[in-house]
Design a binder for this molecule. Sequence first.
Ligand code: CS2
Length: 522
Amino acid sequence: MELVAPQAPCLSQATLDALPPEVARPGYDRSALRIGIVHLGLGAFARAHLAAVNDAALRAGDLGGGSGHDWGICGVSLRQAGTRDALAPQDGLYALALSDADEHGAPRQRIAVIGCLLETLVAPEDPGAVLARIAAADTRIVSVTVTEKGYCHDPASGRLDFTHPDIVHDLATPDAPRSTIGFLVRGLERRRASGLGPITVMSLDNLHANGRLLGEMVLAFAARVDTGLADWIASGCTYPCSMVDRIVPRTTDANRQEIGQALGLNDAWPVLAEPYLEWVVEDRFAAGRPDWTAGGARFVQDAAPFESLKLRMVNGAHSALAYLSVMAGWKTVDEAMAQPGMARYLHELMRAEIEPTLPALPGLDVAQYRRRLLQRFANPALRHQTRQIAMDGSQKLPQRLLDTVRDRLASGSPITGLALAVAGWLHFLRGVDQAGRRYEIQDPMAAALAARHAQAERAAREAGDGPAAMLAWAGEMMGAQAVFGDLGRDPRFLRAVAEAVQSLRSLGVAGTLAAAYSPRPA
Ligand code: CS2
């Protein structure tokens, strides 16, 4: 990785005063902070969302819920050492750059150095240290961003997958778990054994009823360990659900360069994100919480309507865009948004098919939300890779697109745009784009999906030409129970997806969008 200038000093506690005045920095006494939050999954998202909100609240000076010094963060990487290796020499400090463009397209950026990350652990190196941190007396919240697949659940049924290798391992290896669920249960087990109280376990992932799901996985695992432990967890710990929203692309070397230049210091792992941020979280905390409202969070009784809004609109549209774009060779979200037909497709998908399924949210102007979302996608500063969003489709589609399809079918409503999005994913699974370039399918179900794809191709050949062949193909692909559940057998859905795949094959992505979503001549 290439830094600003090898001789420039690194960002650290000792160099904070060298930052230019326009860069915000922690204005609070970091040395007085204790670790009250253990965060599992220290990726760019957590660093641009939870940590940023927590930091802003610390800067605002009053975190409520007892002492303002209780809410430092220990960040845990569950797989790789890269983040720790980058941030430990920087005393946990890193820059968060919020970037977009003004109405004339001129770039805008605000940078803040985030100070509330006090410790970074790498779970595979020292699982005992992670367990000890969860079981420490000062710990009051364990938060989680491990992406959809980190829950080790079956995406269609929502049950813990007891055949998952990490779960099998963690049931047999109490002192050295690998999975998020294993760490949580074994850490809570230690708290209970040392007479400490229950705490809050908080999911910040893009899953429907994320807190409830996480709680169910924890309890299912705990029940296999010790029913007394499961009872203790069930009666004392809480699992608030939340809706989280901020687009945070993977950091590139170009970001490192540019942000380092703005800092005048080398930052080995800054984070770039959009300025927009939403965090709506249920106010159910077992052992106190910071007042994150100062950092932009909202506490509510029930996050479910906000989750549906966000998962179906933001993530549903993102996934719809991503698969079609990878096939068409459009590398970034803003590039895709500039293609004729794409913005119109997403607009219509949301307006005509997704929005009618959303629960009522008093005060929400959904048309404005949609317009804003399309502007966020068009943000030229992010260079958000469509391949990144296209990862892990088997884990994402159920809550992003298929729940919406279910609601539409139940009310007998058209699903043309949704079917095109799902067809985009299935078509993408062939692993080669329209220009013949191969790409890897990054998905925990990749092997099973590849086998299914080969079978679908055979089924289509055997069915001959035309609509029958595409129906046979779609039937095979949508037989993936873990993703589709029973929905893959619905004849209306099958037909709509088969037609969309047929169009993608014969007209290509741009041709399909142009045929269905180009502006009508005046
Ligand atoms: C994206 C999300 O990568 C993806 O699948 O759809 O990470 C998205 O950027 C965030 O959920 C926005 O809040």
